[in-house]
Design a protein around this ligand. Sequence first.
Ligand code: ADP
Length: 535
Amino acid sequence: MPHGMMMELPLLLSGVLQHAEAQFGQVEVVSRETHGPLFRYTYADCAKRSRQLAHALASLGLKAGDVVGSIAWNNHRHLESYYAVSGSGMVMHTCNPRLHPDQLIYIINHAEDRVVLFDATFAPLVKAIAAQCPGVMAWVCLGDAPSTAALEGIPHLHSYDTLLDKASDQFEWPQFDERTAAALCYTSGTTGNPKGVLYTHRAIVLNAISSCLPGLLNLSPQETILPVVPMFHINAWCIPYSSFVGGAKLVLPGPKLDGASLYELMESEGVTISAGVPTIWQALLAHVEQHHLRFTTMRRTAVGGSAMPKALIAKFMDIYQVEVRHGWGMTETTAVATMGALSPQQRSLPAAAQQDHLAKQGKTVFGVSIKVVDENGQDIPRDGQTQGELMVRGHWIVSTYHKGDTSPLVDGWFPTGDIATIDADGVMQIRDRVKDVIKTGGEWISSIDLENVALEHPAVAMAAVIGVEDPKWGERPLLFIVRKPSATLESAEILDFLAGKVAKWWVPERVVFLDALPLGGTGKIQKSELRKVYR
Ligand code: ADP
């Protein structure tokens, strides 16, 4: 077949930055400094400082292919480093500061980070791990001159701003193959060591373009987006890139992620869309409810990372008129791979029925395909009932882990470790993770479904369900509840509530009331911790 006659230009992140500077140069980036105040500048300023950083990294002796780590909040310096590092042909390795220090040391050494950028907040952490990361030749504090006592003792210490001040803002971004590695993110490693996912420029650019579509984030200069999802968690679902493709004002919350701070930032900056895991929204809504507040500008919120409880979707939509965009993705899928949505027909359904649909993880976005398979790897019917392991493939799905010697793929598909159903319209629903699923008397109980129902009770702030061993049934569900402040709720009441809403054999025998549930580094409930204590 003859080739078409079109130009072939590589899809590179420097191209995204150049586009944003040229088209949206005056669009604002607002960023919470680690020490508190707000900092504001424009896309053009960000592009200029990214070029300065590219020089600064070169002055430290770095070259294309080197890896630069970051241990940082969502802020403008972290944003500049996303573009400067990848744009120079180096790899941006975002580290989750809430990993166990041993795991942090492991990923910094495994990735072979040569420079690590860190926020002052994490100085004690850096001090504790630096000696065990011998390959790191510079630790760069993201901020003013490192003068505080907290930084004393950190080897090869540099100040980011001082490095930039000395650097020229003229820099020619190199051109290279779009399949070059741009960024690296490790899975959280709940079992064994974390595994590295090495994103290509091509994967990120395609994902960023796709994320701007109206059914996804709908990014344009009309929008102001606040990614609460951390820049160390799957590149903040690629929002630092997609906002530059679409031209939306970008608001970065720094370290202040409590409900009151987020609400204040949303209101003062006119945020129209936000993105984060459900536990963040639970805290935000608790604040808003307690103080009888309203959202004056926020119209949509993108939620993922774990199942968004239907009760929370209902609250956002019915009380606050905020549309919930419920997506599914994982470190291995670069960012969002499926997104819940209503068809035109479903828009005329009663609110509760609409919310049932939106609680599902939805349809694949362009560029991704999914299927579900049984234990033998055979495709299972798309009937919305039969569940199996979710498999995924597409332009921004992992093929092999960083330095991995075997491919995780099965017949070209990535096995997600999630149990799901897909219906005839292609709508996917996550039922559980393989490791969370509860098998009782040969039947499966979805912990997500049970949690969702428990969260409908007005006295319940948080809920989690795990399977515990049972001599008769193999496993039985055990329910954990965190009550809302000042609410009274006893076991019998919540179990009665569940009995009215789920099959009798799904109802747990026991409830454990806790003051808080263990949350992992990305704000998700850590069932592995609950299992350790209660299994
Ligand atoms: P981890 O949660 O293991 O740290 P990731 O951040 O990569 O790693 O999370 C990916 C997993 O999160 C998915 O495999 C799935 O189990 C879960 N997940 C993500 N989005 C959703 C969602 N909308 N509903 C339910 N589970 C989700």
